[in-house]
Design a protein around this ligand. Structure first.
Ligand code: ADP
Ligand code: ZN
Ligand code: ZN
Length: 713
């Protein structure tokens, strides 16, 4: 018999739900928000479907202080997903549940919602429009606005028109999903489409270069799902990409499409949340956290650019929105579409294992595929600000023919190091084990790890000498070099320093798309979605860093970036070249990338990972700890390591300091855990994580657990 008790996920760092006494014998519906006492505080929580965790009889429990909702705000399906996520990511359940509530609702705001109202003309209004004398301008303006589907301005004229019975205000229906003429599918798309069933559960990888028609494929799939009355979630990696893809969906499905991302206000996000929950938004295009939206009837999940690292949340509740989307799809029994030109190795591995299906869009809709990547052997060549003679020659040629060139370098700022030529001092960050980056335009040194900033010193702080020189290249320096070599030509830079004001960015993108910028320098922002119609030269200034990197994913990321950047070239059918400068032209993996493309590289890297039992051939978790004092971080990890139960198939490396030991004034250390099978690893982790806060050494550190980490340093 259901007791007069409820299990509540409270907004607090607790790994389990707490039991409270319910005012009703039957308990409360799961998904309802309540206010409950916690120690001496009062906190908000969400009623969960159980399990109960308190052995005391109901009379011994503290009572629920207030019930905030008449009906559940979170549907059962979502509660189940959140439960799973809390267990899978080893994160406090209340904090996970709060991730599914917009900020105002987390703070207890009223969750009732009425659809937006809309004015419409009545029969009388329609005839009044033709009979009204011309001099009644204000009245006519109101009627004309309403007839055009616009909101008439509030005021006397509108009041009068309403009083006359010419216009009425009614709640907007959930907008129908019009299917505006879709283009006939290309042969490639047709073939992929024939193999896809928009009603069948399962994950499908849609692999195709930019421009191969993936978005068109999503639109088709969405149209089918909408026709059945179900909703569609489209996840995109960055806010920068949402306007473009949202526009494509709006074009096809009109007002039924809503957005959800961090660039929106709390009120706007709450509105989308409500519209999704009430079935009023039929399609939501959003970033990572949209995966937690409470859909009324979700029928399809799309993850565009599924390989993108920004789907992983790196702080607090560390989840992968792509992986959660796949799980949610399976739970709902609906299809999941993962789209990418350069799928994550995890995803390709799942395809090989037969867990995911793969559909390939081999060619572009409007043009030939991207040109091959040509290596430029930098060894022994004279360089002009890091640019080699072959690259400079190609730039000259491109500009002579009125083309557009793009130079890619994944490092912003002017130079990564400021060096004293006299004594060898190089500007360090006082808080991190890292160099400060010179930003010459601002005359400042920045730390890219902790955001520390200072003015550029006039003389060397160590020896007083005046010969401080920048070493190495950043995008700002390449930009300056191009401006110097090609005076009179417009040079632009696209990186996160440059793109602060959204208005300025929009103007720049317009100019780029219109082909008004012959020379563009940028970071990985260039690899994302933008269209450069006259691009016929891509120069990759350097990708060598990945070849020396200690991170096991560095090569995969480099391959994806090079492929994505190269994929910008030749999209409109013009001849194009892609040049990659390197000091390691014989590196086997670089050779594989050039000769066999991303798929070839992926195969080679997967073979390496298998030999070394690295993910996706094993499963990883990282316990990280940081403290002002390295000894404290290590003491905590040593204690944690000592309390780790031994289990077959699970290994835990001894605690070690992170590659960048000091960051933002704190010493960082970690334990790397690996399991042959996911379930074995989780069986060990779950009870262990619960004990960590109880370790005496835990009081002096900040710690976190990261499941399926992207970084292991
Ligand atoms: P992707 O998402 O892979 O970059 P898109 O779906 O955006 O590819 O397609 C690239 C371009 O080709 C877009 O301008 C799109 O409108 C157009 N396109 C896609 N499919 C078709 C088709 N079947 N017929 C005509 N144009 C198409
Ligand atoms: Zn010096
Ligand atoms: Zn720093």
């Amino acid at each position: 018999m259901s007791e007069a008790r409820v299990a509540v996920a409270v907004s607090a760092p607790l790994y389990k739900t707490l039991d409270y006494r319910s005012p009703f014998v039957g308990g409360l519906s799961p998904g309802v928000r309540v206010r409950v006492p916690l120690a001496r505080r009062s906190v908000i929580g969400v009623v969960m479907a159980g399990p109960f965790t308190d052995a005391r009889p109901p009379e011994g429990l503290r009572p629920v202080a207030a019930i905030l909702d008449e009906a559940p705000v979170l549907p059962a399906e979502l509660l189940q997903l959140l439960r799973w996520a809390a267990a899978y990511y080893q994160h406090p359940v209340g904090e996970v549940v709060m991730a599914a509530l917009p900020a105002p609702l987390r703070a207890g705001a009223d969750a009732t919602w009425a659809p937006p109202m809309r004015w419409t003309l009545t029969e009388a209004g329609i005839s009044a429009r033709t009979t009204l004398p011309a001099n009644r301008r204000a009245q006519r303006a109101v009627l004309d606005a309403v007839a055009a589907g616009l909101a008439p301005a509030a005021g006397a004229a509108r009041r009068r028109a309403a009083d006359e019975g010419w216009i009425v205000e009614t709640p907007c229906e959930a907008p129908p999903a019009p299917t505006v003429a879709a283009p006939t599918l290309t042969a490639d798309q047709q073939q992929a489409w024939a193999a896809f069933d928009a009603a069948a559960p399962g994950v499908t990888l849609l692999q195709g270069v930019t421009g191969s028609g993936k978005t068109e494929f999503y639109l088709r799939a969405a149209a089918e799902v909408l026709a059945r009355g179900a909703q569609v979630l489209v996840l995109v990696p960055e806010i920068g990409l949402t306007p473009q893809i949202t526009a494509r969906f709006r074009e096809r499905f009109g007002d039924a499409v809503a957005g959800f991302h961090s660039g929106m206000s709390d009120a706007q996000r709450t509105e989308t949340w409500q519209r999704a929950r009430n079935g009023h938004a039929r399609v939501v295009v959003g970033t990572r956290s949209a995966v937690w939206l409470p859909f009324q009837r979700l029928g399809l999940l799309v993850v565009d650019e599924e390989h993108d690292v920004s789907f992983k949340q790196h702080e607090g509740f560390r989840y992968s929105a792509r992986d959660v989307a796949c799980y949610r799809g399976a739970q709902l029994g609906c299809p999941v579409l993962l789209g990418s030109a350069t799928p994550a190795l995890e995803t390709l591995h799942n395809v090989r294992q037969g867990r995911y299906r793969r559909l390939v869009l081999a060619s572009r809709v409007h043009a030939a595929g991207p040109p091959p990547v040509e290596l430029v052997d930098l060894r022994g060549l004279p360089l002009f600000e890091g640019l080699s003679p072959p690259l400079l020659k190609a730039l000259d040629h491109c500009l002579e023919h009125d083309g557009q060139a793009l130079l890619f370098l994944n490092r912003r700022g002017f130079a990564p190091v400021l060096l004293c030529h006299t004594c060898g001092w190089s500007a360090p960050c006082p808080q991190c084990d890292a160099h400060l980056t010179l930003h010459r335009g601002q005359a400042r040194l920045h730390c890219h790890h902790c955001d520390y900033q200072m003015r550029v010193p006039r003389s060397c702080p160590s020896c007083g000498g005046a010969s401080l020189m920048p070493v190495g290249q950043g995008t700002e320096r390449i930009e300056a070099a191009l401006a110097q070599r090609y005076p009179g030509r417009r040079v632009e830079r696209l990186d996160s320093d440059r793109s602060r004001g959204t208005r300025a960015l929009a103007t720049l993108l317009d100019d780029l798309h219109a082909g008004r910028v012959p020379l563009l320098v940028g970071t990985q922002m260039l690899a994302k979605g933008h269209d450069f119609p006259r691009l016929n030269l891509v120069g990759i200034v350097s990708a060598d860093q990945a070849l020396y990197g200690s991170d096991f994913r560095a090569i995969e990321r480099m391959g994806a970036l090079v492929t994505q950047v190269a994929g910008r070239a030749g999209r409109s059918g013009q001849p194009a070249r892609v040049l990659l400068q390197t000091h390691e032209p014989d590196h086997p993996l670089l050779q594989t990338l050039v000769r066999r493309g991303y798929d070839g590289l992926a195969e080679a890297v997967l073979a390496e990972r298998e030999a070394m039992a690295l993910p996706p051939f094993s499963h990883m978790a990282v316990l990280r700890a940081d403290a002002p004092d390295a000894a404290d971080a290590m003491a905590f990890l040593q204690a944690a390591h000592g309390s780790l139960p031994l289990a077959p198939g699970v290994q835990a490396a001894p605690p070690m300091m992170a590659t960048m030991e000091r960051r933002a004034g704190r010493a960082r250390a970690l334990i790397l855990l690996q399991g042959t099978h996911r379930s074995q690893l989780h069986r060990v982790l779950a009870p262990w994580v619960l004990t960590l806060d109880g370790l005496p050494a835990a009081r002096r550190v900040r710690w976190s657990i990261d499941i399926d980490p992207y970084d292991t340093f």
